[in-house]
Design a protein around this ligand. Sequence first.
Ligand SMILES: [Zn+2]
Length: 114
Amino acid sequence: MHELGIVFHIIKNIEQVGEKNQLKAVSAVTLEIGEVSTVVESYLRDCWKWATDKSALMRGAELKVETIPAITLCEDCGKTYGTVQYGRVCPECQSEHTHLVTGSEMNIKEIEAY
Ligand SMILES: [Zn+2]
């Protein structure tokens, strides 16, 4: 259940932004979540409801989630490929010298507030 920690972290960030910009309420937040991040969206949504209810700024804010596709780069042939489909082994040259380029991150993309 690290989702609750993530949600608290997000809320803290947004509250700081809200203070700086003198926002009254946040109506929606868009998160980008990597395809191979360890975040479970359904847990995240449960935590979101529970935690935003405790924040005056965030109460009732909608959570929107966008998925960032996971892409892996092969260091031997320089090609990129879909991580979920092929895993750690390059489908072009069967090399295992690969690393994840995108797909494990989580960002706050957009905050809608007034
Ligand atoms: Zn390769």
